[in-house]
Design a protein around this ligand. Structure first.
Ligand code: GAL
Length: 716
């Protein structure tokens, strides 16, 4: 054959195999005409830095993943209406291209509602103020905004040729997120919204299938998928759809005030093997790498760390034995792929709680031997051979004979990551004065106003100010029985200052963000200045109509024990100031921090509302870095102008950290660590945010802490 013809022919086959359709049948997703058993893992691009991405993706590949799954974070991409941002940590196309370069597929979950413990579930805040809007229902303004954003993302992907049919890595895409339960609660408008967004997605003609998770009524051709700790019993809504698990929770998130959940690798592996032996064909770990909620990106009371006990830890290091155990599982599953995609299982009970599932086709045979007993190891006989099955485990036999993997037998060494202190810092401080009602940057309004409606979430902070006049005839001035100040706030945290002195701080929790401040306060004759700093700790990301939940001091605000009885100040005229002075001065930037006079001196006394700054040299080596903030209470951290996130070691993890066994059904409350300790004491500093020397570290402390106790740590 002449050379040119040969070249043409090989080019043809090359094109045929790379630019391929993605379809599905009852067995699996079909890529380039092949049914595939696919292992996927979530890595959310804005939760790490672009410099970290290649390594994370490589570690995912080495861990046996075929697909990287990510949500698309609308509020990161369109922070104000019509102004888009796709740079740095939000370089979505760059991230997808790196995945492609590594030879992996992408599942793009556009949402644009994402939940994800992400601020406002991914919705941009301006959306809240679109006239006539109601989120996630049959509402024209909402649908228009959603369609515009989804279309923008899809068009961007097409332009960059990122869909598989264009030769790109995207093989799947998700619309909405866990809408089923909402639809069930709101009824008819929910149903028509579902119909609408399904059709809207299909009309975008991406060339690859769309999925909807936790949505039983996903209309054809969309595939409904399962989320949970286990999904073996899930059944897609049509027999011709494959069984897909979009979120196998590899652990769970930490909330400020909560302990740190973990999920034993044996149980994660067991859940995956069980799903696969029950005809599952695609499983995604939510999350494979959780990362960090930098800046103000975390949802209500969600910690800055989004470690999640994932196979790759927050800092980008592999977590053993979880990562290695799952890698070995993936290898075993992959060696069963030919049998899994071509045969239906025959099920035989080998004992009371033991079963064999055999996938046998003309050319392949794979078997799964399961022991569902939560405490007993059992010897079974399978095809005339004896097998030992540990409790709550599945053995995988890719040739129906030899066990290559058992989910409860971890053959990988475990190690404990350590935070090694490297150095402490010398600090300068700058006092943030409680706001004054008479300053230029304050506004007044009749009554108490919802926080986010004023701040538009540009800052966590809003001052509520009031003058309290005390007449010389007030009885308490003589008796010394101070009046009781009561402040009711919808959340999330409140610092009350009287005449410039911190009177107290109260904070809510993820379960109940609302708070009440109630204290007898030392008032003097004349005008007393009440300044209350109301602080949001992330906006809610989940719950029915979470987008409408309030924050801030909504009252009543009363003073009890006066001559007149109780004074209700709720309807008074209040003064408001948005944000901190230090924020408007950009104290966390080089320029801003040089614009004010900082004080050197003893910092042993815990001071509320204080800015601290220091500079430091980057330590040698390439171990990930962090800050041990345990000596501080609550605030925010910036390195070279970049926000590391909120810190809150003052919030102690409340919970029961009992010993936990891998065997038996897992829930997010089953295996907890860190009880009685700060929910989060270490804060990740990405190395690529540092220069070799003179790194500017700025901290804003709200309640009072000892910065001398802060240390730079490396994770080894
Ligand atoms: C799911 C949700 C995810 C994430 C997860 C909990 O219900 O779809 O976005 O929030 O829960 O970590």
């Amino acid at each position: 054959m002449p050379k040119t013809v040969l070249l043409f022919l090989s080019l043809l086959t090359w094109v045929g195999s790379t630019i391929g359709a993605v379809t599905y049948d009852e067995k699996a997703i079909i890529i380039n005409d092949q049914r595939r058993i696919l292992i996927s893992g979530s890595i959310h691009y804005p939760r790490s830095t672009p410099q970290m991405w290649p390594d994370l993706i490589q570690k995912a590949k080495d861990g046996g993943l075929d697909i990287i799954e990510t949500y698309v974070f609308w509020n990161g991409h369109e922070p104000s209406e019509g102004k888009y941002y796709f740079e740095e940590r939000y370089d979505l196309v760059g991230f997808i291209k790196l995945v492609q370069k590594a030879g992996l597929y992408v599942h793009l979950r556009i949402g644009p509602y994402v939940c994800a413990e992400w601020n406002y579930g991914g919705f941009p805040i301006w959306l809240k103020f679109v006239p006539g809007i109601a989120f996630r229902t049959d509402n024209e303004p909402f649908k228009a905004a959603m369609q515009k954003f989804v279309t923008k993302i899809v068009d961007m992907m097409k332009l960059e040729k990122l869909y598989h049919t264009q030769g790109g890595p995207i093989i799947l895409s998700q619309i909405e997120n866990e809408y089923g339960p909402v639809e069930w609660q709101i009824g008819a408008p929910g149903k028509s919204y579902t119909k609408w967004f399904a059709q809207m997605a299909v009309d975008l003609k991406t060339g690859v299938p769309w999925v909807m998770c936790k949505q039983e009524d996903a209309p054809d051709p969309l595939i409904d998928t399962c989320n949970g700790f286990y999904c073996e019993n899930f059944k897609p809504n049509q027999i011709y759809k494959p069984k897909i698990w979009t979120e196998n929770w590899s652990g769970w998130y930490t909330a400020f005030g909560g302990p740190t959940p973990y999920r034993p690798p044996e149980d994660v592996a067991f859940s995956v093997a069980r799903f696969i032996q029950n005809n599952g064909s695609l499983v995604n770990y939510y999350v494979y790498h959780g990362g960090t909620n930098f800046g103000r990106t975390s949802g209500l009371f969600i910690a800055t760390s989004y470690d999640f006990d994932a196979p790759i830890d927050e800092y980008g290091l592999i977590r053993e034995p979880k990562w290695g155990h799952l890698r070995d599982l993936h290898k075993a599953i992959k060696s069963c792929e030919p049998a899994l995609v071509s045969a239906d299982p025959t099920i035989t009970w080998l004992g009371k709680n033991q079963e064999a599932r055999v996938f046998k086709s003309s050319s392949a045979c794979a078997a799964f031997l399961a022991n569902y007993d939560t405490s007993a190891s059992v010897k079974v006989n399978f095809w005339n051979n004896p097998y030992d099955l540990p409790p709550w485990s599945i053995s995988i036999l890719p040739d129906c004979k030899t066990v290559t993997f058992n989910t409860a037998q971890v053959g990988v060494k475990s190690y404990q990551a350590k935070m090694m202190p490297i150095s402490s810092f010398g600090w300068l401080s700058y006092k943030e004065e409680p706001a004054s009602a008479y300053a230029k940057d304050t506004t007044t309004k009749a009554g108490l106003v919802e926080q986010v409606s004023i701040t538009w979430d540009t800052t966590d902070y809003l001052w509520y100010m009031q003058d309290i006049s005390i007449d010389s005839t007030e009885g308490f001035l003589k008796s010394g029985k101070w009046p009781l100040l009561s402040v009711n706030s919808a959340g999330h945290l409140l610092h009350v200052f009287i005449n410039g002195q911190l009177s107290g701080s109260v904070y809510g929790s993820l379960e109940d963000p609302a708070i009440t401040f109630s204290k007898n306060v030392d008032l003097k004759q004349g005008v007393n200045k009440l300044s209350m700093l109301s602080v949001t700790v992330g906006l809610p990301n989940v719950g029915l109509h979470f987008d409408t939940w309030n924050a801030g001091v909504l009252g009543p605000v009363t003073l009890e024990g006066l001559n007149e009885g109780t004074r209700d100040m709720s309807k008074y005229k209040w003064s408001y100031k948005v944000g901190l002075s230090g924020e408007s001065l950009n104290l966390y930037s080089d320029k801003g921090s040089n614009s004010v006079q900082w004080t050197k001196g003893s910092l042993t006394q815990k001071q509320p509302l204080t800015w601290y700054k220091t500079t430091f040299k980057t330590p040698a080596g390439n171990e990930p870095l962090g800050l041990d903030m345990s000596s501080m209470s609550k605030g925010q951290i910036w390195i070279n102008g970049q926000s590391i996130g909120r810190y809150f070691p003052g919030y102690i993890a409340n919970g029961k950290c009992d010993k936990c066994s891998y065997a038996g059904l897992f829930t997010e409350k089953k295996c907890l660590g860190n009880c009685g300790e700060p929910s989060q004491k270490w804060y990740h500093i990405p190395r690529d945010w540092l220069s070799p020397s003179d790194n500017l570290l700025v901290i804003f402390e709200e309640i009072g802490g000892s910065p001398d106790g802060i240390s730079l740590v490396k994770r080894t």
